[in-house]
Write a protein that binds this ligand. Structure first.
Ligand SMILES: Nc1ncnc2c1ncn2[C@@H]1O[C@H](COP(=O)(O)OP(=O)(O)OP(=O)(O)O)[C@@H](O)[C@H]1O
Length: 338
């Protein structure tokens, strides 16, 4: 199997692949112990792609000289009409720690479950968390034509995050222009397969948000808040930033609402109740609903299994949010080009 310098021969590696991967193979390279595959993706659903990726990786890792397998999917360039660029859905909050990343992951998964082709960009350059939330930690994206190829996740949502490009635990201490450059790399990646790009923004109103408004104007913004007054004041600032930048507000989501005690079942409201709905009304923006404060949401998120991909009441809460956002996307389709 190995050549004299112990680099496995590409023909032999090709033969190890499952038949479906061989049929779709556009290129296979092997350098040292890393194999890089590019597969053609036309006609495959996001779930089929994830399954094919897992099968191909498993087959190649059986070869003892192979330590790492990188797989990228490319849209079929000859597949008829040119697809429009994906619409960008920004998820923002004025304040950190309100669950914006958790909401972004689960909104993306809920939209994908409704049949949309969704990608996720982690624009939280300094504190990326989407690699963990989507169970893709440790996977390095490949580049094709000098642009990154999104990392497939097991949940049907491809993703790109600084966490895929940096070493685990590495502190990212960049000045504004470098962060803006990193954001550009993530957003100008091969997203041509997606209808919608959910972008998880860092909290606040800094350089990354300004780059988004100037260079990659979102079709709409979903604002996340907890029910307390302080979080709501900050959410109001985020709404102002988008509105001034000409980005329509899809609506406000109240996260960490109504805690149900896992022991006695009693419901309490540690962060207050109904604040976000009242604020949305005052500000004249739609209220998109409540996501409960639920320990299962935290534990499943930490384990890289988004609750929106499962069954039960947590998944239902995210599915309801996804339906509202999908309806908004439908009702505004084509509006950006006007
Ligand atoms: N509805 C919820 N129920 C229980 N835990 C939640 C819920 N939403 C978020 N969390 C937990 O709260 C913590 C913060 O969430 P998350 O990282 O999504 O917030 P964030 O606003 O993106 O934070 P940052 O500003 O640091 O990026 C995480 O541990 C997450 O699992």
């Amino acid at each position: 199997m190995s050549t004299p310098d112990s680099t496995p021969d590409t023909e032999a590696l090709r033969a190890l692949l499952p038949a479906q991967a061989r049929e779709r193979l556009q290129s296979l390279r092997c350098a040292e112990a890393t194999v890089t595959l590019i597969l053609e993706a036309s006609g495959l659903s996001a779930r089929d792609r994830a399954a094919l990726e897992i099968a191909a990786r498993k087959a190649l890792l059986r070869e003892e000289d192979i330590a790492e397998v990188r797989i990228a999917f490319m849209a079929d360039k000859d597949a008829g009409a040119v697809k429009a660029a994906p619409r960008i859905l920004a998820v923002g909050s004025g304040k950190g720690g309100v669950g914006k990343s958790t909401l972004s992951t689960n909104l993306a998964v809920a939209l994908a479950r409704q049949g949309l082709k969704v990608g996720l960009v982690d624009a939280d350059i300094y504190g990326p968390s989407q690699a963990r939330l989507l169970g893709t930690e440790g996977i390095k994206p490949v580049a094709h034509d000098k642009r990154l190829v999104p990392v497939a996740s097991p949940w049907g949502v491809p993703v790109l995050s600084m966490a895929h490009l940096s070493e685990p635990g590495q502190a990212i201490a960049w000045r504004g222009p470098m962060a803006a450059g990193a954001l550009t790399q993530l957003l100008e990646a091969h997203w041509e397969d997606a209808d919608v790009l959910v972008v998880d923004l860092p909290p606040g109103t800094g350089d990354v948000q300004l780059t988004m408004l100037q260079k990659f104007k979102p079709a709409g913004a979903v604002i996340v808040s907890t029910p307390q007054d302080l979080a709501l004041i900050d959410a109001t600032r985020a709404i102002e930033l988008f509105t001034k930048g000409g980005v329509p507000i899809v609506g406000l989501v109240e996260n960490m609402a109504g805690y149900i005690c896992p022991h006695c079942g009693e419901e309490s409201d540690p962060f207050g109740c109904g604040g976000a709905q009242a604020s949305a009304q005052e500000l004249g923006v739609p209220f998109l609903g409540r996501i409960p404060l639920d320990i299962a949401i935290r534990t499943q998120s930490d384990a890289g299994t988004p609750p929106a991909a499962g069954e039960g009441k947590q998944a239902e809460a995210f599915a309801a949010l996804g339906q509202q956002v999908a309806a908004w996307l439908d009702s505004t389709a084509g509006a950006e080009s006007n």
